[in-house]
Design a protein around this ligand. Sequence first.
Ligand code: SF4
Length: 341
Amino acid sequence: MTRKALCGSTADEIYLEIVSSGHRYAHAVAIANNIYKKKVHDIFLIHGIPGKLREKLSGIYFTGIFKPATSEISADKTVKYLFRNEAGLSYETVFIPDRKRNTVCVSTQSGCRMGCPFCLTGQYGFHGNLSAGEIINQIIGIPEAGIVNHVVFMGMGEPLDNLENTLKACQIITSEWGLAISPRNVTVSTVGITPSIVKYLQDCDCNFTLSLFSPFAEERIKAVPVEKKYPVNEIIELLKNYPVKKKRRVSIAYIMIKDVNDTDRHLEGLKVLIRGLKIRINLLPYHPGANDVNISSTDVRMHYFKHNLIISGIPASIRASRGVDISAACGLLASGLKNKF
Ligand code: SF4
């Protein structure tokens, strides 16, 4: 029999495996706590359950917790990890320390099939989906596991193109028997797959970010090809009409490229697009890959956008770049993968 990974299993799933042998739901919760909170690497080290259950478990499961293959540390203390799963898929994870806020940026796929030309992960192509356990292991398999208090789904891949595993990972991250991180501290980012957005908003309490690039469909389609199938206008309408769950943060990520999407026309278009929607806009600097002729908007231009949005009543902020020197910043993941494996 093929053994399954405990990491990635819910307390209910574990219970279903053990109930027939007379074990209680409390035992399933104890097992989940050992995996997700104590990061126990060996089934025989799981505490709080009978010895016979440990033996039974070892015949069905392995822990599924494994270490990254390599790591690189940035001058700003950001760390980029490279994982490789049993199937040989490579994917990267970024740990971002910032005073009391310790964030892990997880990948949901090896590569990505969305094909956004400004993103190096898109250029790496699609190699496969990651399981919920492989997503969770990026949080509990790194040396900083014990201090992580924020998770963002902004690494390699489009999370809503791997919806089932993304939703399950969010459930494990936020459940009391899991990592017990508040949904307010977990953010899923997407370029916009409308049916998956609907399901995500229904089933998950975590925050939501839409990556925009341009308020104009004819421009956005060149940078975010999924715009052709799922126009952003329709997504904005959906968000306007969707009852926002209490405390869920909904935002737009706007990567700014000099003279490409940072003109006054874009600023006005942005305001028109989101009129009537309570949403924060996060302005992000662009990180060009090698041989890219495009460069990021200047600090002055980014502050001009921020100021204009704020005086128009739209909350806006500028997100600082982290880990640029190790290609861990937004859009740069997968830049070295072809060389490594
Ligand atoms: S920007 Fe996001 S969705 Fe687009 S190719 Fe990169 S990882 Fe995929």
